[in-house]
Every structure is written in C-alpha cells, then in structure tokens.
Write a protein that binds this ligand. Structure first.
Ligand SMILES: [Fe+2]
Ligand SMILES: [Fe+2]
Length: 274
C-alpha cells in the first residue's frame, strides 16, 4: 500500500505570488505533472492542509482541477490558511467528515491494510493547532475501535516542539492529545505546517512532518527560527506498507532549480469563516 502525503500548497486564486515570492500555481502544476507521470500509481493521496494561502474559493477549485485527473482517492485536512467551509463545499469527497464531530473535518479510511485517520486541528483565525475535547473524544473512540492496526494519523499542526522557535506555538489541549496517543503506540503522526521534513518521537509514537509542495521553511533552530522561507526543491512523503514494515520515504518533485531566500512571510492571513 502506497500513500502519498503532500502538504502546504498555499494556493492563491487571484494568480498573485504567495508571500510576494512564490508562484504556487506553478508549484501545483509541477507537482501534478510529476504525479501523473509516476510509473507506479499510489493507492491514495493525503493533503495535510494549507491548501489555500488565504482560504479563497478559487484556490480549492485550482487544486481540484489539477489533481482530479490522477483518478485516485484523495483526502484532505485543513491547515491554518484554509477555510473548512470552502473545503467541504468545493472538495466534497476529499473531506469525508464524520457528522459526530461537525464542523470539524475528521474521518477514517478503513478500506486498506493501513488505516488512515484524518484529524482536523484548525482553529479559524489562529496560526496554531488545537484538539477540542469533542475531537479528542472522537479520536479516543476511533483508536480504541481498532487497536494495533497500522495507522497513519494525518493532521496539519505538529503537536511536538520542533526547535524552530517561531513555529513552536502552544498546541491547545496538547496534554490530552499526548495522553490519548500514549495508549496507541501503533499510530504514526503525519503532519504538515513545518514546510520541511522532520522525524521525532512524541507521546510514544513516531511523528513526521512533510516537506511542502511550495516553499520550504528556513532551517533555523533559534528562538526566532521558522519565520522565513527559502525556495528549494519541493517534496512530499511516500508512506509504504509491504505487509510487515511501514516506511516513510522523503521524495523530491523534479523541477528547474530556483534556490533563493531567506524570504519573510508577508501578505497572508489565517482566515476566519464568513
Ligand atoms: Fe503552510
Ligand atoms: Fe500551516
């Protein structure tokens, strides 16, 4: 089973450059061309948020138009730059939300040997993540239903400290989240938001972040680090289950090299729902 984990497209529907530098439409088209040309098709794509740069509707239409030709199951969770109402309305089946946790876009995919859990950690208007008790209760029930089954838990915000100070904002209700995961060591956390690959162990589970399809955050392990980005080769993660082992491969998206930066994050918002 092969699951491609892509994150942080930061698309703008108005054709402008994200953060005044990044042609995110071109990044999307480059990624879509690469995925279409893969010799071995994956079983599914999971997109871990910041699909849009400011939650505008046209961005979701661009994403849908670019990735639909892959004819693959696609699933998505929102990031801090997204609007879940527009994701639900415009991406439809990509966001198969369990009504028990509405309006959060949480669900599970149970039709393969690896279980996929889609967890919505977005709080409208906020840059940082949270796990409201409604979602925590749902996650607890969901994990208890199939103990020991290889499970990829997809979410936007990493709950762990990354060492890049500007990105290490408090994750609301993180202690409850850690307590839930300590009882489910078979789970692997698969996050976005960091725009670069990170591997760690948190609450007894292996935890990963995916590189971005757009710009990569500058690797700066200082208290102010994480507040600038660079144009580097974009990428994604391939989660591969061979029946015994679940490996995560860091993959690059081939493109003409355009290295530049550091650039400041300017001109973007964490949208509230209208
Ligand atoms: Fe992002
Ligand atoms: Fe984010």
């Amino acid at each position: 089973m092969r699951i491609l984990h892509l994150s942080d497209f930061h698309l703008r529907g108005d054709g402008g450059l994200s953060f005044r530098v990044v042609d995110t439409r071109e990044c999307l088209e480059t990624a879509a061309r690469h995925l279409l040309a893969l010799e071995r098709k994956p079983d599914a794509l999971v997109l871990t948020g910041d699909l849009a740069d400011s939650g505008d509707a046209r961005a979701y239409e661009m994403l849908r138009d670019a990735l639909s030709p892959l004819s693959l199951p696609i699933y998505a969770v929102p990031g801090n730059h997204d609007r879940r109402d527009r994701m639900r309305d415009l991406l439809g089946a990509w966001c198969p939300a369990d009504p028990a946790v509405a309006p959060y876009l949480c669900s599970t995919v149970e039709d393969g040997p690896v279980r996929l859990i889609l967890l919505d950690t977005m709080s409208p208007g906020s840059h940082s993540g949270h796990l409201p008790d409604l979602v925590g209760d749902w996650l607890e029930r969901t994990l208890a239903a199939r103990p020991g089954v290889p499970t990829l838990l997809f979410m936007h915000h990493p709950p762990f400290v990354t060492g890049m100070g500007a990105m290490d904002e408090p994750f609301e209700n993180v202690d409850r989240f850690a307590a839930i995961l300590r009882r489910a060591p078979w789970v692997r956390l698969c996050c976005g938001h960091m725009h670069r690959p990170i591997v760690t162990q948190w609450a007894g589970c292996l935890a990963l972040t995916a590189p971005a399809v757009s710009m990569q955050i500058d690797l700066d392990l200082s208290p102010e680090g994480g507040d600038t980005f660079r144009m580097e080769t974009p990428g994604y993660l391939l989660h591969h289950w061979d029946g015994e082992t679940l490996n995560a491969h860091v993959c690059q998206i081939p493109c003409a090299p355009t290295f530049s930066g550091p650039h400041p994050f300017v001109g973007s918002v964490n949208p509230v729902e209208g």
